[in-house]
Design a protein around this ligand. Structure first.
Ligand SMILES: Cc1cc2nc3c(=O)[nH]c(=O)nc-3n(C[C@H](O)[C@H](O)[C@H](O)COP(=O)(O)OP(=O)(O)OC[C@H]3O[C@@H](n4cnc5c(N)ncnc54)[C@H](O)[C@@H]3O)c2cc1C
Length: 373
């Protein structure tokens, strides 16, 4: 690595930013990580750490922490609205013999352990630090923070997610992510004792539920339905009513949902930043480069994959131009393919199509992401 790439400023301490900060600090770089939020986001939700994502978390050195904090599993059951078992989706063991195939984990737990690992490797994290603008001059990037302060760096990793306006100011071809007309509800519930791997269940048209064990005593419920969330009804009551159209195993969850149940409603966004994903000394990663429809756990997996590829390339990096060019060569085609597959799944959700073959789509996706990026 030349003198030029010593200081990095990562903007955004979500999954993508935390993993990139961890990757750069592990390669000996001086890392400043900024986030506008004063506190880590404690979302009542789970994340499915799919096989390719676990492989990348292991490569970033935090596989054991994830396994300890989550609920390892192998295989996924799929049932119809009457409870009939339709099939089992395989989960390939990609992270090596010492690790499980996949795991369920709480959203806040994963962020907490990533933050802890990043701090441990020397990342300087500043919260309540909103990046306002990035200027570039003579090979140095300067990030202006609200309040008049600034951070200088040899390069900037922009990991501000899908909702920020900052990428629009830096990338002339960037467009705001479009919101899918679909509601994604998450809730954390006591784990049913017989749930030892995820269960995907179909309800009325366009309704799907996924129940994922996240701890020995807790499970994450994800309920997807068409349209925007109704107003004037308490979230727990809405979820209880929605579960009435599902199989008995899902209906049995209704008494576990009350006004104390932690529930998150998440907008499903979709956007793919036109290439190049870099400008001068700024590289866009995670949801601000590719906000994927949340199907098949690939939104999070592709964010972690960005960090994994960056980690590989930092080892031999001689300057921003080569680094970012090599990054794009390894990421562009793959992310485009995953984006196409997840967008097709989202379209089928919204406009049911009798010729749709979700299993084939999932097989194609599994084959794509099984190869390391
Ligand atoms: C409730 C929930 C559940 C999810 N579950 C799954 C799942 O099961 N599977 C899956 O694949 N994906 C899931 N996702 C999506 C997945 O978490 C994201 O795709 C992934 O985290 C990548 O996000 P990111 O780091 O790019 O952006 P984000 O997570 O949005 O993080 C962006 C960060 O940037 C900060 N920021 C924004 N603007 C600025 C600024 N100007 N200055 C400083 N900081 C700024 C924000 O505060 C935030 O912390 C879920 C998301 C949510 C919200």
């Amino acid at each position: 690595m030349t003198q030029r790439l010593v200081r990095v400023c990562v903007i955004g301490a979500g999954l993508a930013g935390l993993c990139c900060a961890l990757a750069a600090a592990s390669r000996g770089m001086r890392v400043q990580l900024l986030d506008e939020a004063a506190e880590p986001r404690a979302l009542a939700a789970h994340i499915e750490v799919v096989p390719s994502m676990l492989r990348d978390l292991v490569a970033l050195g935090i596989g054991d922490d994830c396994v300890r904090a989550g609920f390892p599993y192998r295989g996924i059951d799929v049932i119809d609205r009457y409870g009939r078992h339709l099939h089992e989706l395989p989960t390939e063991r990609l992270a090596g013999p010492r690790f499980p195939a996949a795991l369920g984990i709480r959203h806040d737990e994963l962020h907490r352990l990533l933050e802890r690992a990043a701090l441990h490797r020397g990342v300087a994290l500043r919260r309540a630090a909103r990046a306002q603008a990035v200027h570039q001059h003579a090979g140095v990037a300067r990030v202006d923070i609200d309040g008049g302060e600034a951070v200088e760096a040899d390069f900037v990793v922009l990991a501000v997610g899908a909702g920020s306006e900052l990428p629009l100011t830096l990338f002339p071809h960037a467009r705001p992510a479009s919101e899918l007309p679909q509601s994604w509800w998450y809730a954390l519930l006591p784990r049913p004792v017989d749930l030892d791997r995820p269960l995907i269940a179909y309800g009325d048209a366009g309704h799907r539920a996924v129940l994922v064990p996240v701890r020995h005593d807790q499970a994450g419920l994800l309920l997807t339905e068409p349209g925007v969330a109704p107003e004037g009804i308490a979230p727990a009551e809405h979820l209880r009513r929605a579960l009435a159209t599902f199989a008995p195993r899902l209906r049995a969850l209704k008494p576990r949902l009350d006004e104390h149940t932690p529930i998150t409603l998440r907008p499903a966004r979709s956007a793919l930043l036109q290439m190049p994903w870099y400008r001068g000394a700024v590289l866009a990663v995670g949801d601000c480069a590719h906000a994927l429809p949340p199907h098949f756990g690939q939104a999070a997996a592709q964010a972690v994959e960005d960090a994994r590829v960056l980690a590989d390339l930092l080892d031999g990096a001689t300057g921003c131009a080569e680094l970012f060019d090599a990054f794009e060569r390894r990421r562009a085609e793959r992310v485009r393919r995953v984006y196409d597959l997840t967008t097709t799944a989202a379209r089928w959700d919204l406009q049911p199509d009798s010729s749709a073959d979700l299993n084939r789509l999932m097989e194609g996706l599994a084959q794509t992401v099984a190869q390391p990026a």
